[in-house]
Design a protein around this ligand. Structure first.
Ligand code: NAG
Ligand code: NAG
Length: 390
């Protein structure tokens, strides 16, 4: 299998840490940047994984993709460097897409994107951790448009409700937040299970953890008292897996009820059975670099979760740090799982932390943007699924 060649590349002004296309305005994508300021006496070890207290800054850079043309359309400052960003999956009546941004100063920001372009003059900001704590990743609740889970450099996995009060210059406190899980080291990633009823998280401690949530997520259900009654109570499912991974767990995608896909610093992508008493690795494959982020390309949760016993095929985009990007196929036939690499993109000369695929309803060639950190490279490439038919 040959490596794919880029159609377009450009050099950004600052190192890119994350990227996402808007599903509502699929010609627009946003890149988050991360700059570690040089301070005397500190080595300039500016990887995303270095979370010692230092000064960082970053911004959001909005681009429009039109044919092969990539045009910068807007820049917006953020409160510190950007570590993760995601558009809200639930679309409201209003013709706007809402972006949640995780920063190095313990703050989440909400930026709106309208048909006319980004509306960033006054983003909403929410403090979810102290200012010397990095928010390392975030995920929106699948059913609640105001709830996100975040992971912190201090190890916590925190569930937060963001309410849109009057805009103020200060960074308001959020309505409530609950710590679900605490990892021994940095908490790298969190996802909600396919039914929204539990969270799975991964950390630098090499553990994969699960915590169940109340059936009807509402404000009172997550309040402090509920924390005692539910979050630690008898009905609560919680477990820690220390065996499946041999290094930090950096990415998780929910696949089926009881099955997740994980990525790790040990360079492997794995299919893991996440049932409480039957946890096991169903398949694994070495991708040649730390598997930092995973995104669905085809057969995502919504179309893929027909039934646990059904055969299935999903394709994911993996951002594999120093190995570049991979397109990976996962198949289930009866009880057998397999993982295969369909394509490689290896133009990146440094860490590939962020990649995304342009949303499209049509089959055929898909546009992918991938980025690398130190060389500040952003590349457009295309991939066509030739292997979906048996
Ligand atoms: C891309 O840019 C070129 C040069 O500016 C222009 O001629 C062309 O129409 C653009 N293509 C699209 C699809 O926007
Ligand atoms: C979330 O929505 C999905 C599909 O709409 C549903 O199956 C699931 O039960 C919901 N979960 C919660 C916690 O409400």
């Amino acid at each position: 299998m040959a490596s794919i060649v880029p159609l377009k590349s450009l050099i950004l002004e600052a190192p890119p840490s994350c990227i996402e296309f808007s599903a509502l305005f699929p010609d627009v994508f946003v890149v988050g940047t991360y700059v570690l300021e040089q301070t005397p006496g500190h080595s300039a070890d500016a990887t995303l994984e270095n979370s010692t207290p230092q000064t960082r800054h970053g911004e959001l850079v909005y681009f429009r993709l039109s044919g092969d043309n990539i045009t910068e359309i807007h820049k917006a400052d953020t409160n510190g460097a950007v570590l993760d960003l995601h558009f809200r999956p639930i679309k409201r009546e209003e013709p706007k897409d809402r972006l949640c941004v995780a920063t190095s100063t313990g703050v989440l920001e909400l930026h709106d994107l309208a048909a006319s372009g980004p509306q960033n003059d006054r983003p909403r900001k929410f403090r979810v951790a102290s200012s010397d704590t990095l928010v390392l990743s975030l995920v929106w609740h699948p059913n609640r448009s105001d709830v996100v889970a975040v992971t912190l450099s201090t190890g916590q996995v925190r569930l937060c409700q963001l309410t849109y009060g009057p805009i103020s210059e200060d960074i308001p406190d959020i309505i409530w937040q609950v710590d679900l899980i605490t990892h021994g080291l940095e908490a790298w990633t969190v996802v909600f299970g396919v039914d929204g009823k539990c969270v799975f998280s991964g950390g630098d401690d090499g553990t994969l953890r699960c915590h169940s949530l109340p059936d009807e997520p509402d404000t009172t259900a997550y309040s402090a008292s509920m924390d005692q009654d539910f979050l630690g109570g008898d009905e609560c499912t919680r477990w820690v897996d220390r065996k499946a991974h041999t290094a930090g767990v950096t990415a998780i995608l929910p696949l089926l009820r009881g099955v997740i896909i994980t990525g790790s610093y040990d360079d492997k992508i794995r299919i893991v059975s996440s049932k409480q008493f039957r946890r096991q690795i169903l398949a694994e494959l070495n991708l040649g670099g730390g598997v930092w982020r995973l995104k669905y390309i085809e057969g995502s949760q919504s179309s893929g979760v027909a039934a646990d016993h059904a055969d299935m095929r999903v394709v994911v985009l993996a951002s594999c740090m120093h190995a570049g990007a991979r397109i990976v196929e996962i198949r289930k036939q009866r009880d057998d799982w397999s993982i295969d690499v369909l394509a490689r993109f290896e133009e990146h000369q440094s860490m590939n932390y962020g990649s995304d695929i342009q949303p499209s309803k049509e089959d055929g060639e898909r546009n992918i943007i991938s980025t690398s950190f130190y060389d500040k490279l952003l590349c457009l490439w295309r991939w066509k699924d030739d292997s979906s038919k048996d």
